[in-house]
Design a protein around this ligand. Structure first.
Ligand code: 2BA
Length: 109
């Protein structure tokens, strides 16, 4: 059995939830925050049998898309304090960041 952690953009989270329900794959969705942009994203925790890992990754890939976001980098934010204007920085996010970990044991009591 494996534990899949998938960090996805909030805009894709409902679509992914619905797909996982349709495919009878159990998941937990956590509200999370990206360390770099400090904006909200969603982290899915999905425990699955080894043979289902590829199928789940394919669903995540199909459901989550890459987007461009504009933000102020720490450097331009520092400059903006001096000049009063911050140049936006283009950042490409996602579609999804996925980690697959082994599970030592799985119990439901
Ligand atoms: P954030 O940390 O808010 O990062 C958002 C996007 O900003 C990243 O997209 C990446 O394009 C850019 N970025 C992140 N750190 C950067 C840096 N030091 N310098 C320049 N650009 C940087 P993604 O790579 O698609 O990541 C989306 C979200 O997935 C991240 O949000 C974070 O919440 C999570 N994530 C990505 N890699 C991770 C990792 N190795 N461990 C844990 N979480 C990760």
């Amino acid at each position: 059995m494996k534990m899949i952690y998938a960090i996805v953009q909030d805009k894709d989270a409902n679509k992914l939830s619905n797909r996982l329900i349709d495919e009878n794959i159990r998941a937990t969705k956590l509200a999370s925050t990206g360390g770099f942009l400090k904006s909200g994203n969603s982290t899915f925790i999905i425990g699955v049998e080894d043979e289902k890992v590829s199928a789940v990754k394919a669903i995540i890939k199909e459901t989550c898309q890459t987007r461009i976001q504009y933000t102020s980098s720490p450097l331009t934010m520092d400059l903006s304090l001096e000049t009063g204007s911050a140049a936006p920085v283009e950042v490409e996010i996602g579609g999804a960041t996925v980690f697959v970990l082994p599970i030592e044991s799985f119990d439901q009591f």
